[in-house]
Design a protein around this ligand. Structure first.
Ligand code: DGL
Length: 262
């Protein structure tokens, strides 16, 4: 294994940074390519057929270009719809992002759990299966929010996002029928941990659970024993449509020094 072979992160936008962050903590010198399908953003309002065709094709191009040792679909929407198609198309390990319903059920005392994802994610049978397998004795209430995805993109680009903006976007979940007593919320879209401070300020009694740390541990496990560079090389961010230049400073905070358009 070439020590310079990167880990490839993939999302529709900046959401995957919430998975990259914990991965950097575990693997500080790992070479990183972070790919954002900004030309296809947002994914959450697209159809299953569209994503099942688009995501594997794009990942195929990225793998040919960057020769990663492992790919991470750091996007719940793409994972719940296209993970099997991507695994079938690529000959490297592919790590997906699964709504963290299992840890949420382990944590909930009231047995009322909220799942906040994109519209496409919350309607997936995959989410029904997770709820049935791991939270059968819980009331699992779901809401898909395109507004929250937009707010996360705005925040990372340095635009002001207030607690009130976030409260208004999350309210349909917390105030849904049967949601009284909700004590745990699954952030089932990788964009949403980027707004964790605002969600916690708006709803301080609800614990927030996301998959970032678990995915980072999985990546470290799958790459155990592999050689890494001695010092962290600069990471590369690749966009499918030119990003707003103001994003560069947020990307640099995650070690992504170079920004390219695919
Ligand atoms: N970050 C993505 C997810 O985890 C998708 C956001 C979007 O493009 O709608 O679902």
């Amino acid at each position: 294994m070439d020590p310079s072979a990167p880990i490839l992160f993939f999302d529709s936008g900046v959401g995957g940074l919430s998975v990259l962050g914990p991965t950097r903590t575990l693997l500080p010198t790992a070479p990183i390519v972070y790919a954002a399908d900004s030309a296809g953003f947002p994914y959450g309002t697209k159809s299953e057929a569209e994503l099942a065709a688009r995501v594997p094709a794009l990942l195929g191009r990225l793998v040919e270009r960057f020769h990663p040792r492992l790919a991470v679909i750091a996007c719940n929407t793409a994972s719940t719809i296209a993970l099997d198609h991507v695994r079938a198309a690529l000959d490297i390990p592919v790590v997906g992002t699964v709504p963290a319903i299992k840890p949420a059920a382990e944590l909930s005392k009231s047995r009322v759990i909220g799942v906040l994802g994109t519209e496409a994610t919350v309607r997936q049978p995959y989410v029904d299966d997770l709820a049935a397998s791991f939270a059968a004795d819980c009331k699992v209430i779901r809401h898909g929010s395109a507004e929250m995805v937009e707010l996360a993109e705005r925040k990372l680009a340095g635009d002001p996002v207030s607690v009130e903006d976030v409260r208004a976007a999350v309210a349909p979940l917390v105030e849904a029928d049967g949601a009284a007593g909700m004590d745990v919320m699954v952030l089932a879209c990788t964009h949403f941990p980027l707004l964790a401070d605002e969600i916690a300020a708006a709803y301080p009694r609800i614990a927030l659970v996301d998959g970032g740390a678990g995915i980072a541990r999985r990546i470290a496990y799958l790459t155990r024993g592999q050689p890494w560079p001695v010092e962290a090389p600069g990471g590369i961010a690749v966009f499918t449509a030119p990003p707003r230049p103001v994003l560069a400073s947020a990307l640099a905070r995650f070690g992504l020094d170079e920004v390219r358009t695919l």
